[in-house]
Design a protein around this ligand. Structure first.
Ligand code: HAM
Length: 426
């Protein structure tokens, strides 16, 4: 038995966890500005939710779910994505009946998919996503797209491409579906085994096949954009109009179909165009959905959202050489020598922390010199030195590490003194 973490999972250690915290704070703040509020749903749900929500014919449901029976014999699944859970919660809590619609949520948390791990693809990954439920206004599609793109731009990323498509409404999709079947049927035997099944179950997904990408029938496949009915076409035009209004650039790709079944109208992905980003260039994806709320027992309500993994966001930051403004140092380190000084150091450390100051001390019984060395290694800005001599005089020696300056401060004034140094006064 291996005692290593399971394949496709990772430990996020200090040095990296600060980056996660920073990014998570920035994203939460962006959501605050757009008035999206945080929702936290369970990490596991009834399996049926994803079967119905994400779609029986999707790769996620067919091959990638972590599904198991709990001790009560119920089939439960570790969530592979957030949308189905958010919609389940929206229906269960009857949020659709509250004033102040649309309902705008954001979420952040681990998702699980049994995929073949590679750079940017893990079995446990953290998604940040948003969902806006209860509005059919194309302006909210544009808002979601703006927020999605903003999540990257906010952190300084530049090599981004927003790829947009419309999957139309049911009527448009059915017309397109028939055309796809007519187009691919003569080539059925030449397609991969998965696509032969897709052709019967969900022909749109054939367009997304990695194996058959080079098949000549792919490039001549009928485009959904030629099958949009008036309502769908108009909807798409409106979304584009609002994007133009905000000055947001996009590229139309009629082959963008997304891997989940619930989409209609707007579908999009954001790709990284940074050199050295890796084989998987999709940073995030999302779109509009209509049947999902009804599928889990709610009234006819549509939503739109997107999700990204923080893992891929951090990869993109690295590929573009963006350093996050993270201070890994420490404000204060207390150096003490002697039994009495040690007691005073414990008290002082506590008092400083109570006063809101970041402080640490030695716990390995190190000599004075080694304590200084430790303070230096940790990157302490100030070192407070307490020896028996200082104690006797009721003072403490404050060393500013950047300049090497030293000064003595009365022990009963040190907390205020440090507050002034670090926080800038009372
Ligand atoms: P998705 O395209 O399956 O959509 O996933 C969205 C994003 O999650 C991907 O673009 C990628 O950043 C990240 N992701 C997915 N799988 C992995 C993985 N194995 N390892 C690392 N990152 C991964 C959804 O999940 C939809 N729920 C998005 C949505 C929200 N649509 C409407 N609302």
């Amino acid at each position: 038995m291996s005692m290593n973490a399971p394949r496709g999972t990772q430990d996020i250690l200090p040095g990296t966890s600060e980056k996660w915290q920073y990014v998570e704070r920035q994203l939460a703040d962006l959501c605050r500005r757009y008035n999206y509020k945080e929702i936290r749903t369970p990490i596991f749900e009834h399996t049926e939710l994803f079967q119905r929500g994400v779609g029986d014919s999707t790769d996620i449901v067919q091959k990638e779910m972590y599904t198991f029976e709990d001790r009560g014999g119920r089939s439960v699944t570790l969530r592979p994505e957030g949308t189905a859970s958010v919609v389940r919660s929206y229906v269960q809590n009857k949020v659709y009946g509250l004033p102040n619609q649309p309902t705008k949520y954001f979420y952040m948390g681990p998702m699980f998919r049994y995929e073949r791990p590679q750079q940017g693809r893990q079995r446990q990954f953290v998604q940040f996503g948003i969902e806006a439920l209860g509005s059919d206004d194309p302006a909210i599609d544009a808002e979601v797209l703006a927020l999605a793109l903003g999540s990257y731009e906010e952190l300084g990323l530049k090599s981004l491409k927003l790829v947009l498509n419309s999957l139309g409404d049911k009527e448009s999709r059915e017309a397109h579906r028939d055309a796809l079947v007519r187009h691919f049927d003569p080539h059925r035997e030449e397609l991969c085994a998965d696509c032969q099944v897709r052709l019967d179950q969900n022909p749109l997904r054939v367009l997304d096949c990695k194996k058959d990408r080079e098949h000549p029938a792919m490039s001549t496949a009928p485009s959904i954009l030629d099958y949009l009915n008036d309502y769908s076409e108009n909807y798409f035009e409106e979304v584009k109009k609002y994007l133009d209004e905000m000055g947001i650039a996009y590229e139309i790709d009629p082959n963008l179909v997304r891997g989940l079944d619930y989409y209609n109208h707007t579908a999009f992905e954001i790709m990284s165009e940074a050199e050295g980003f890796g084989a998987i260039t999709t940073l995030s994806g999302g779109g509009r959905y209509t049947g999902l709320v009804q599928e889990v027992g709610g009234p006819e309500t549509s939503g739109i959202g997107f999700a990204m993994s923080i893992e891929r966001l951090l990869m993109a930051l690295e590929a573009e050489g963006i350093e996050l403004p993270i201070d890994e140092g420490l404000d204060t380190y207390v150096v003490a020598l002697g039994e009495e000084a040690e007691k005073a150091a414990v008290r002082l450390t506590y008092q400083l922390r109570q006063a809101g100051i970041q402080v640490d001390k030695d716990y390995l019984g190190k000599k004075m010199k080694a304590q200084f060395k430790a303070a230096d290694r940790i990157g302490a800005k100030y070192v407070l030195v307490l020896g028996d001599q200082e104690l006797e005089n009721n003072v403490i020696n404050v060393k500013t590490m950047a300049t090497g300056d030293q000064q003595e401060v009365a022990l009963d004034e040190i907390v205020d003194f440090m507050k002034k140094q670090l926080i800038g006064g009372e």
